[in-house]
Design a protein around this ligand. Structure first.
Ligand code: ZN
Length: 440
């Protein structure tokens, strides 16, 4: 399909870095190769921008009753976990993780990571997501699948090994993954260092991990303060909260993505704000595992940077960012009896622009000239979204994956008029079913 596209006559919705989400009615958006070259209300200027970029012909995508907006960047996911969907539910995080998930993960082989990841990417794309911060082992298989699909991933790599009951730092694993990314010559994959949580490794191991992150200039991906048990055990062992302990180890900075952050005190919020950590809020997972309700209002007030994630499909049990946006906003309102909290504009920005920034893709997540063309098309000509009313409210409170008509990533359509263009979904379904039966 043509690398030049003129999106014509759309309702264009976009977040900004320092102002609320804005709307352009009857707007035009020109895409040349991987980038947006025009956004505005003039068809003539949209064509001039395409010609000036070097385009001779272009494909016209008509926008009657359609919204054009940025795709979602899911700031906390475990993509291969789709193979564990609906096999261990209605239990606590501790029983779920140590009793059901880790014993199965220990039996995973490379094809499980590859196809489990692709299944999740298919689901994400059909739901308007084009980017994920993915915390999981199997980085090469996952990165390969993402590159083949044309999907953006901030992918973790392990900087450690566990052998004969002893943890040790594993620089080679990091070096191999960085070399792999370099070889691929791709804009789609960015690395990060996997530091699961404060409760999975011995105390002396956190500082060496922090040194690995600094040595290779890697962002850190970590779960923090997800449950009350985590806080109690941390205080019992170290006398301080998980946030304080991880900060002492040097693991919190402006590229760190910290998932959950449900149970925080004022000092924790101040540290997260001072270090400019990205907090990935996971409302579905926190409620399903009964971890608790993160206090978004207090985090906002403290100046903590917020984004949004689904967590893995085994604790959610889907990857629907529309659901996360709606839940995040409704929980903030319902738990405080204040309907003004976490507005549609704020939560849409968390799910799009902020997610991209958290994942390290700074030129994505805004519909404007010069940004990369990561775009979703929403068809609002359906009972669920009709009449449209405020387009931003409609996206957050009424829309769902079935309204996503097309998804473009880096200028390529990966979903076009509801058809996946880069994933053989039947093959992926067949392989993941086999994996699920084997690991049952
Ligand atoms: Zn997680």
């Amino acid at each position: 399909m043509s690398k030049s596209v003129l999106f014509s006559g759309f309702t264009i919705v976009t977040p900004h870095d320092d102002s609320p989400v804005s709307v352009i009615e009857n707007g035009y958006c020109s895409v040349f190769r991987s980038h947006i070259v025009y956004v505005g209300t003039s068809k003539e200027e949209a064509e001039v921008a395409l010609k000036a970029s070097g385009a001779e012909v272009w494909f016209v995508y008509e926008g009657k009753n359609k919204i054009l907006c940025p795709t979602f960047a899911n700031a906390h996911a475990h993509t291969p976990m789709s193979i564990f969907r609906n096999i261990a539910d209605d239990t606590s995080l501790q029983d779920w993780l140590f009793g059901e998930i880790i014993p199965r993960e220990d039996k995973m082989i490379s094809g499980d990571f590859y196809y489990g990841n692709l299944l999740t990417l298919a689901e994400m794309i059909e739901g308007g997501t084009a980017c994920a911060a993915n915390m999981y082992d199997g980085q090469i298989e996952i990165a390969k699948g993402a590159i083949e699909t044309g999907f953006r991933v901030q992918q973790t790599v392990m900087g450690k090994t566990f052998k004969d009951g002893v943890w040790s730092v594993d620089r080679k694993n990091v070096e191999d993954f960085l070399a792999f990314i370099k070889e691929q010559n791709t804009e789609l994959i960015k690395p990060s260092l996997l530091v699961h949580s404060i409760y999975l490794y011995p105390e002396e191991f956190y500082k060496p991990l922090s040194e690995v992150a600094k040595e290779f200039d890697l962002p850190v991906s970590v779960h923090i303060s997800e449950t009350k048990t985590e806080i109690e055990n941390c205080v019992k062992s170290y006398g301080v909260s998980p946030v304080v302990k991880l900060d002492e180890a040097g693991l919190l900075c402006d590229t760190t993505v910290a998932a959950h952050c449900v149970h925080l005190d004022d000092q924790d919020r101040m540290i997260l704000s001072d270090r400019k950590v990205w907090v990935a809020h996971n409302p579905s997972s926190n409620m399903k595992l009964a971890s608790g309700l993160a206090d978004l209002f207090k985090m906002q007030k403290a100046g903590v940077r917020l984004c949004l994630g689904t967590d893995g499909a085994a604790s959610n049990n889907n990857q629907d960012m529309f659901q996360e946006m709606k839940l995040a906003s409704f929980i903030a309102k319902g738990s405080t009896c204040d309907p003004t909290l976490l507005s549609a504009s704020e939560v849409f920005t968390m799910a799009t622009r902020n997610g991209y920034l958290a994942c390290g893709f700074e030129d994505c997540g805004i519909i404007d000239k010069g940004y990369r063309a990561d775009i979703q098309i929403i068809d609002y000509d359906c009972p669920q979204m009709w009449p449209l009313g405020n387009p931003v409210s409609s996206l957050v409170y009424s829309c769902g994956p079935k309204c996503v008509e097309s998804v473009m990533i880096d200028g390529n359509f990966v979903l076009y008029k509801h058809e996946l263009k880069t994933i053989d979904l039947e093959k992926v379904k067949e392989e993941t079913k086999k994996t699920m039966m084997r690991l049952k």
